[in-house]
Design a protein around this ligand. Structure first.
Ligand SMILES: NC(=O)c1ccc[n+]([C@@H]2O[C@H](COP(=O)([O-])OP(=O)(O)OC[C@H]3O[C@@H](n4cnc5c(N)ncnc54)[C@H](OP(=O)(O)O)[C@@H]3O)[C@@H](O)[C@H]2O)c1
Length: 303
């Protein structure tokens, strides 16, 4: 089968579409015919070797970790999923391939496109995991999402709104209207953030979620008044400040995909696909992701 692979760490140009052996599902897994695969910053971090100490890859490596498609093989000990079902979820051993193995999946709501479905797993799972780390996000609370227009930020805003929290989301000016459509009050990140947020929420902020990892954590601690009320997924050094840090190595929030599917069905969650690339254009998708200003999600489709 064709897959987007790399055989060494390096820049985007190490990605190539090559022929690899088809995988088969083990216990608790299914195989899908991939219709779309989501792109995440962790993909270029893994490809570049930036994460080789914490998350080494074995070569040849297949790009990607989330996908949507049609089940064509079901492994042992799998209930409720059959050949022909349309699903999306987390891939094991790569997602940007004609076939992928999923180990955490749900049925795709009928109204959701393949591209939208492929862009959900990482964003919603990460958001739900962070909410848990923060002790829950509830009605009556105000949450600041730093980096609200990206893949994770956009999901976090909507999932917090679904919990009836008030959300203030930071983004560059060009993304403010987008952030507003997600249900958050937008403001610009960077110098003066504390004053801008205090002007929006003079009564104070309960919780903060840093998706950006760009040095905003100290301001978020000032706003919440307590590092334990701040979580980051991208600034691992900020653990020294006492904030909550969670990474892909932590236990997965397995309830997240089901919640996302239900919210999609209810019209309360949507995925903004910024751009779709073919497998052959995977290097371009990585370049754009690495640039750090994606609005919503980037997606790969076979071809
Ligand atoms: N630890 C985990 O479990 C976990 C899970 C998923 C992702 N992550 C990490 O979390 C980060 C975000 O992932 P993602 O998929 O959401 O990335 P993304 O889709 O590429 O989004 C990046 C967003 O960051 C915003 N941004 C850029 N500079 C900023 C700054 N100085 N302050 C605030 N926001 C800024 C951008 O907004 P503008 O375009 O408006 O500038 C953009 O929307 C990545 O580093 C990723 O590796 C970690």
């Amino acid at each position: 089968m064709k897959a987007v692979t790399f055989t060494e760490y390096g820049g985007p140009d190490v990605l190539h579409v090559t022929d690899v052996e088809e995988p088969h599902p083990g216990p608790g897994q299914v195989r899908i015919v991939v219709r779309a695969a989501g792109v995440n910053p962790v993909d270029w971090k893994a490809r570049s070797g930036l994460m080789r100490d914490v998350m080494p890859v074995s070569f040849p490596a297949i790009d990607g970790r989330e996908a949507a498609g049609v089940v064509d093989e079901v492994g042992p000990d799998v209930a409720g999923v059959a050949v022909g079902d349309e699903v999306f979820g987390f891939a094991v051993g790569g997602a940007a391939a004609e076939r992928a193995i999923l180990d955490d999946l749900v049925h795709k709501p009928a109204g959701l496109s393949w591209e939208e479905a492929a862009g959900l797993p990482v964003a919603v799972e990460t958001s739900v995991r962070v909410f848990t780390v923060l002790g829950g996000v509830k009605e009556g609370q105000t949450l600041v999402v730093n980096g609200a227009a990206g893949g994770v930020g956009a999901a976090a805003v909507q999932l917090a709104r679904a919990r009836d929290a008030r959300v203030i989301g930071t983004a560059s000016e060009r993304n403010h209207e987008f952030v507003r459509t997600l249900g958050a009050e937008p403001t610009t990140y960077g110098p003066g953030l504390v004053e801008r947020v205090r002007a929006l929420a003079p009564e104070g902020v309960d919780l903060a979620f840093d998706t950006a990892g760009q040095g905003g954590v100290p301001d978020l601690i000032t706003l919440t008044g307590d590092p334990a009320r701040v979580a980051t997924i991208a600034d691992f050094a900020a653990a020294a400040l006492g904030v909550k840090v969670t990474g892909g190595g932590d236990a997965r929030a397995t309830e997240a995909l089901g919640e996302a599917a239900a919210l999609i069905e209810a019209g309360r969650l949507r995925v903004a696909v910024a751009q779709t690339f073919t497998f052959a254009q995977a290097a371009d998708a990585h370049r754009l992701s690495q640039d750090g200003h994606v609005r919503g999600k980037l997606v790969l489709v076979p071809g």
